[in-house]
Every structure is written in structure tokens, then in C-alpha cells.
Design a protein around this ligand. Structure first.
Ligand SMILES: *[C@@H]1O[C@H](CO)[C@@H](O)[C@H](O)[C@H]1NC(C)=O
Ligand SMILES: *[C@@H]1O[C@H](CO)[C@@H](O)[C@H](O)[C@H]1NC(C)=O
Ligand SMILES: *[C@@H]1O[C@H](CO)[C@@H](O)[C@H](O)[C@H]1NC(C)=O
Length: 456
């Protein structure tokens, strides 16, 4: 430990300081358990709270009996239960969607795109098709989902960047509803680190739309991030199904039996931080497991072996790779190690309900030396056990299962979307008349807007 320890001495004494009033900790655990079991029961509490505190404010008095103007905000935006309607565009309905889903020759099988960390683009689409919140009536839809598997299609050579760009523009021009809102009620998934940059002209066409992405940042390769924290939704990465089921077949190792303090099992990808960890592991081989892997962990080690290795440490380090998010963070919860985020720009999902201090640690990505190991070593096992126990309660939110499950990634996403529901849709090119008719700049009624509709 030595002199480096002083860097963290204030924070670790802070820890002890907070340990003494035990009840505070137990309160926190209790609160978290509540979140996990009923998950969005807190919504109900929130709702009641805001109702009582704002019942005297103007918008609520408006909604009572002085004119009958029905305002249901915030119930509509937050609410105590899920209530939203999503229209899912049919592949056959829009010319070009097939290419975005199966490549230019239609040869790429969606089933081969459902696996791996980018599988969310297929999984979420499939869940929406079965969703109780799906509507077949565009007129009543709160949102419009545009299916596309471009990340996978591009990787398999089904479309190149230029074709992807052109095809997206062609697709959007066939959607009068996209035109009506300027895209504000349209949902897209971009499942990889590149985010919406997969569609080259995203900034022109999608910069008002709702983007579902695991990625909050990609500023290392481009000068702009496609992610907007207020409009978009961070979704969990797609953890391998085998791993989400792993904990039911294999008991996690007791802390005392874990061979390592920490590990990082991934490709260094030439990234300075990751290479530092590989070096650090050579210096402290009994504390840190971080072999230099040439290929991705699961492929090189074999899946089961990779899981076995991961669970053999108390802490699983999640350093930034090509981009700020990393699947390792989510995997940690299933092998039951405490994730240590070393990726400064990362944005995590469901921050409306999850307090990440309770289940993970985030350190500056520059602390990749001996001081990192000294800090982790100083954390008492009971504290680690508590973090793991809380993580066990919320990890269901990383599992891509149906929204009908009491807790699943889909359910979390639905709640995030529900907050964005609007009664009314407008854009710079949307106008309306005295009788409620929505018209375009030439005063043509919305129902007469014929594709191709003009786009920005
Ligand atoms: C994307 O496609 C549109 C429509 O074909 C075109 O106007 C635009 O220049 C393209 N963007 C890029 C970056 O190629
Ligand atoms: C979003 O689109 C509008 C209209 O094309 C454009 O004026 C604006 O600069 C775009 N914003 C970004 C962040 O690219
Ligand atoms: C509203 O008024 C416009 C212009 O007077 C008319 O063309 C349109 O049909 C009307 N819409 C409805 C729903 O009555």
C-alpha cells in the first residue's frame, strides 16, 4: 500500500465514518430492496408527492371544474402505472426497412443478429411486437418505433455506410407521422458504441428523435456525441443469455474463496488504460488477474471459462474500451463481483430509480496504478457483501425479458419512454387551424400528406 494509499485515505475514512451509524446503511438497503421488489412503486410515491405538493398550483386547478379542459399531467408523463401506445412500423409497409433489417439482398438472418452485445436492436423490436403497449392504429400512438438492425447488417457486409445513410433517408421520407413531429415521437435503436453515427446524416434527420443506446459518449472518434441525456434513453447492454441464467446453475463463490482482489478480462485494444491494467497485473499477479487477451474474453476463454474467471475476484474492473460503455459492467452483476467503473464519460441506465453508489464504484480512469489495488483492498468484505446483495436485487433490470415481468430491461425502458409521452406533436413544419386540423405549410390537411414527405 505505502504512500499511494494516502490518495484514498480521506475517502476510505469517509467509508468508516459512514459505517458507524449502521441504521443509515440498513435504511439504504431497505430502500433499495423496495425498489427491486416493486421497482416502480416509487413512481406511485413520487406521483402522490407531486400531486399533494402541487395540488394548489395552477395546472391542477385548471383541470378541475373551471372549463373542463382535461389536463392529466403529470399523471400522463409519470403515472403510477404504465400506459402508453407504441406503433411499430411493419417491415413491408415502408420501402427500405427490409434492407435496414436484412441487408441489400435480404440475405442476413435476424436470428444471427440477436446474439452478442449488439443484439438489443433485434431483441427490443421483437419484444415490442408482442408488447401489450403496441397499437396497430397510428392515430392513437404515442410513439412510433422504426425497426432496423443496421449494426449487425453492416458488420455482415449487408450494407455499407453510404447505403445505410441513403436507405434511412428513403425510409423516413415515407413516414408522414415522422414529418408531423419532426421525428420527436419516433424511436430508434443504435446498439453499439458508435450510437446514431451509424446513420451518417443522423444530425440532420434524427436530432429530435428518441434514441435508445447503451452509449452516452463517443467523443473520442468524432467531435460530437450523438447522445443527448434529456431526450435519449440509455439501455443496458445485451448480456449473454447464458450468463443471465448462469447464477441459477452455479453458486457464486464466497468472497473468502476468491483467488483475486480484482480482474479485468478483455482485450486491451491498444487502449492506454487497459494496457496499464495488464502491466499492473504483472506487478501484482496475486491480486489482479488481467491477462493480455487477443480476442474478446468469451471467445478466447470459452464462455463458461470466462464466467468462471470473472467470478473469481471481488471486484471486476470496467475500463473504457473503444467507447465509454462496457458490457463487463453488466456482467459483473451476474457473476457477483462489484463493478469498478474506470470510464469517466459513461452514462448508466435507469438513473431515475437506481442509486449507483449502492451497487458499484466509479473511480477516475487515471487511477490505474498500485493505488487502485490498495484502495480496493482496504474495503471490508462486509461492505462488498452488501454491495453484491443490493446488485443481486436490481440485476433483473439488465435482463432483456418481457415487460410483463415485474422487473426487466423492457419494463425499465417502457417507464423511461412513458416519461416522454406527449399529447400533442409539432415541428417547425406543422401548423394547425381553428378547427383542429393539422396542416403543412401549404395548408394541406395532415391526412393528405403523401409520401415522399419532405425532410430537413
Ligand atoms: C445521406 O443521404 C442524404 C440523402 O440521400 C444525402 O443528402 C446526404 O448527403 C447523405 N449524407 C452523407 C454524410 O453522405
Ligand atoms: C438538428 O436539425 C436541425 C434542422 O436540420 C439543425 O438546424 C440543427 O443544427 C441540428 N442539430 C444538431 C445538433 O445537429
Ligand atoms: C378545417 O378547416 C379547413 C379550412 O377551413 C378545412 O379545409 C378542413 O376540412 C376543416 N377540417 C375539419 C376537420 O373540419
Amino acid at each position: 500500500m505505502g504512500s499511494n494509499r494516502s490518495i484514498f485515505s480521506s475517502s476510505s475514512s469517509h467509508h468508516h465514518h459512514h459505517n458507524t451509524p449502521l441504521c443509515t446503511r440498513f435504511h439504504q438497503i431497505g430502500a433499495l430492496a423496495l425498489i427491486a421488489t416493486t421497482f416502480f412503486l416509487t413512481r406511485l410515491l413520487d406521483h402522490r408527492h407531486s400531486f399533494s405538493s402541487s395540488s394548489s398550483s395552477s395546472h391542477f386547478s385548471l383541470s378541475t371544474d373551471d372549463g373542463g379542459f382535461p389536463l392529466s399531467w403529470p399523471d400522463r408523463g409519470y403515472g403510477s402505472r404504465l400506459s402508453l401506445k407504441i406503433y411499430v412500423y411493419e417491415e413491408q409497409e415502408i420501402y427500405g426497412l427490409t434492407e435496414l433489417m436484412r441487408g441489400r439482398d435480404g440475405q442476413i438472418s435476424p436470428d444471427s443478429c440477436v446474439k452478442g452485445q449488439w443484439g438489443t436492436q433485434v431483441k427490443i423490436h421483437r419484444f415490442l411486437l408482442e408488447s401489450g403497449f403496441r397499437t396497430l392504429q397510428k392515430e392513437e400512438a404515442d410513439f412510433f418505433f422504426v425497426p432496423s438492425y443496421v449494426k449487425c447488417v453492416r458488420m455482415m457486409g449487408g450494407l455499407n455506410d453510404k447505403e445505410i445513410n441513403k436507405t434511412y433517408v428513403k425510409v423516413l421520407s415515407q413516414m408522414p407521422y415522422f414529418r408531423r413531429s419532426g421525428g420527436r415521437d419516433h424511436i430508434f435503436i443504435f446498439p453499439s458504441g458508435a450510437g446514431a453515427h451509424l446513420f451518417r446524416s443522423w444530425a440532420t434527420y434524427l436530432n429530435r428523435s428518441i434514441i435508445l443506446t447503451p452509449e452516452g459518449d463517443r467523443t473520442d472518434k468524432r467531435d460530437t456525441s450523438a447522445f443527448n441525456t434529456w431526450k435519449d434513453v440509455i439501455i443496458p447492454g445485451n448480456v449473454d443469455d447464458e450468463m443471465t441464467k448462469f447464477h441459477t446453475s452455479v453458486q457464486p463463490l464466497p468472497l473468502s474463496e476468491r483467488k483475486y482482489l480484482a480482474n479485468f478480462l478483455g482485450r486491451a485494444q491498444g487502449k492506454i488504460g487497459r494496457l496499464q491494467l495488464v502491466e499492473l497485473a504483472k506487478q501484482f499477479p496475486d491480486k489482479l488477474e488481467s491477462p493480455e487477451l487477443k480476442f474478446s474474453g468469451p471467445d478466447k476463454l470459452g464462455r463458461a471459462e470466462y464466467f468462471q474467471h470473472l467470478r473469481n475476484a471481488k471486484f471486476c474492473l470496467s475500463p473504457r474500451g473503444e467507447s465509454s460503455w462496457t458490457l463487463r459492467f453488466y456482467e459483473s452483476f451476474f457473476v457477483e463481483c462489484v463493478p469498478v467503473i474506470l470510464s469517466d464519460q459513461v452514462e448508466l441506465p435507469f438513473q431515475n430509480v437506481i442509486d449507483y453508489t449502492q451497487i458499484s464504484i466509479k473511480l477516475p480512469s487515471t487511477y490505474m496504478g498500485a493505488e487502485l489495488l490498495a484502495y480496493l483492498q482496504a474495503i471490508p468484505d462486509e461492505e462488498i457483501e452488501r454491495m453484491i446483495a443490493r446488485g443481486r436485487q436490481i440485476r433483473c433490470l439488465w435482463v432483456y425479458a418481457s415487460e410483463n415481468e415485474p422487473c426487466s430491461a423492457m419494463r425499465g425502458i417502457m417507464w423511461e419512454l412513458q416519461r416522454k409521452v406527449r399529447r400533442f406533436h409539432q415541428s417547425a413544419e406543422t401548423f394547425w387551424l381553428h378547427n383542429g386540423s393539422i396542416v403543412n405549410r401549404n395548408l394541406v390537411d395532415f391526412h393528405g400528406w403523401k409520401p415522399p414527405v419532405p425532410l430537413p
